[in-house]
Design a protein around this ligand. Sequence first.
Ligand code: C2E
Ligand code: CA
Ligand code: CA
Length: 658
Amino acid sequence: MSKSKDQRIKKLKKNRIWPSVLGLIFIIFLFSLISTAALAVSGVDIVQKKLSNSSSSSVKIAELFADYNPETEENVENTVLSYIDVLEEIEAVCVVDSEKNPVWSSNEEYPVIDESLEMEYLSQTDDRDISVLIPEGEDQVFTIKDGGIVTNKDAVEDIFNSEDYDPSAPFTRLKLWMIVPINDMEVMVLNDVPIYLQDFTMMITCIVLCALLIGAFTLHHLISIITMVYDVRKTTKIIYTDMVTGGDNRLFFMRKGTSLLKKNRKGKRNYAIVHLEMRKYRTFCTCFGVDKGQELIEKYYNVLKKELIRSEIVAHQENAQFGLLMVYTDTAELEARILRLENALNAVLPKMKAYFCAGVYLVQPGEYDVEQLYNNAMIACEVLGEEAENRIAYFDVEMNNRKLWERKVEDDMDRALANREFQVYLQPKISTTGEALGGAEALVRWIHPTEGFIAPNRFIPIFEKNGFILKLDDYMLEEIAKVQAAWLAEGRGLVPISVNISRAHFTREDLAEHICSIVDRYQVPHSVIELELTESAFFDDKKVLINTVQRLREAGFPVSMDDFGAGYSSLNSLKELQIDVLKIDANFFRGADSRERGMLIVSEVIDLAKKLNMKIVAEGIESEDQVAFLTQQECDLIQGYFYAKPMPVAEFAQKYSA
Ligand code: C2E
Ligand code: CA
Ligand code: CA
């Protein structure tokens, strides 16, 4: 498939989901950031408040020890113990001297304090520096980090998410030591601060609002992602759907086919690309209408789809043409399957016999470009021609070369005509009585700038197909008129020169006038320009043909029937067409086995022509005994290599001075 086509398809299907997905990821990231920040900020704030309460209580307790003497001051200890009883948050108190030796403790055991953690967090209360020590651990809601208290988000979420979480109970407790220096002692107060969900109301409201907002954005993005996925699917479906059958189209065939062939890189399966075409589909549409024609195509498509196995594909191409990628074991089996497909298609309209032709390209390992390969299958089918009995044709390299040549000829023909690359060659027609020049035939030669000399059978059939033959024949006619005019001016004796008029001309009703207008530009007597038409023209519009021939003869042009006997209806055409000259086809003189019969026919045809008042020219005469035979049969003129091959006009003028 061509690159630009590929790019156009990609553009159509352009996947714009990524911006939405990225947007979604960004929103989720933003949410986490905001909620973490909110948690951190309000968490620290709450802790600060709680800590300042705790430090006030701790300082109050510590101040009781200001003038403390362990021997005498029993009431201080009792006061402290009652504080511990009353204040929910105070768990324990102990006092150490400057060497960290215990002085007093509310509990029996002294706390073991990790020196390295001490002084991690400092709080200022009543101008006192109070060290706060928080036990470490992953499940701690608050931990000390970089000299500050940090809320551990994961731990908070664990608490909220746990099954036995009770919102009215404190969801966590902040356990910490407040170490208050007093005189040369340190009073250590173990705080166990409860923290309630209500403390976080602001933060939760903020997070909920944020979550709602972000939820709306997320929803919007999700919807747009889903819509986009749906749209891309829809576009893909449209791109690959055939409007006539509702099934897969040509583009799908090319893409899917290429991917199937690529998967089969090692050549495990034999693949064949088949171009299957119903003949005379346009005629069907003319008779029954285009709608009925399209209905038929849809039915055909469904039949083909049903008949194929997995890893085979079919797509409607144009008109009544289908492309198939088929798996086969050998060509006999493949042909049998194609015929079965044709039978199945024929069953769609039991009362009407449809004819199909199939062009087959056998894919070689390493060939993937289905568009190119399918083109080969189409070329194979084209070669079958309209009436061919053989309904399956395989592509071969020769076909491809033929097509390439056809393209070249078509590309170059206009330039060639303008540059006068087409040259007139003349082949003499010699009279059997006295071997004098009795006429000549103008035959075209193409002197191509790069290809050199090109014989007419390599381009005339192509021009007949594409219509360029009309221009070429006009050109040849004009050239011959010019030649005759020049020779007339020189005072040479003139013989009729025949010009080939292709059957394609006989579609125009004013052909006779057209020919006159060309010849009359050079004021040449019409009698020296003979017009050769092949009897195959008789199969086209008979009326136009008969009428044109009659008018041409009335205008004074001799008309000859070329290749007489090469077609099927020679005698019939003789009956209806009045012509002056009969050119007997060279084939009567070829072939050793049938030569005698050929001669017999030639002698009878000459006889018949004489009775019909026609002149006889035998062409393709190569040997002396053929000349002898024709002379004996009183054939009028002989044209053939025996006398001369076609030659350039100048050479002809030099050799034959009539
Ligand atoms: P054609 O009109 O039947 O021309 C006779 C062909 O037989 C010529 O082939 C000629 O060279 C060839 N020929 C003559 N004598 C012999 C012989 O003894 N042995 C053999 N083997 N061949 C002989 P050429 O020139 O190659 O032309 C082939 C065909 O191309 C012509 O067949 C004619 O149908 C067509 N053609 C040539 N020039 C023109 C043209 O200007 N217009 C049209 N429409 N067709 C042309
Ligand atoms: Ca001819
Ligand atoms: Ca001929």
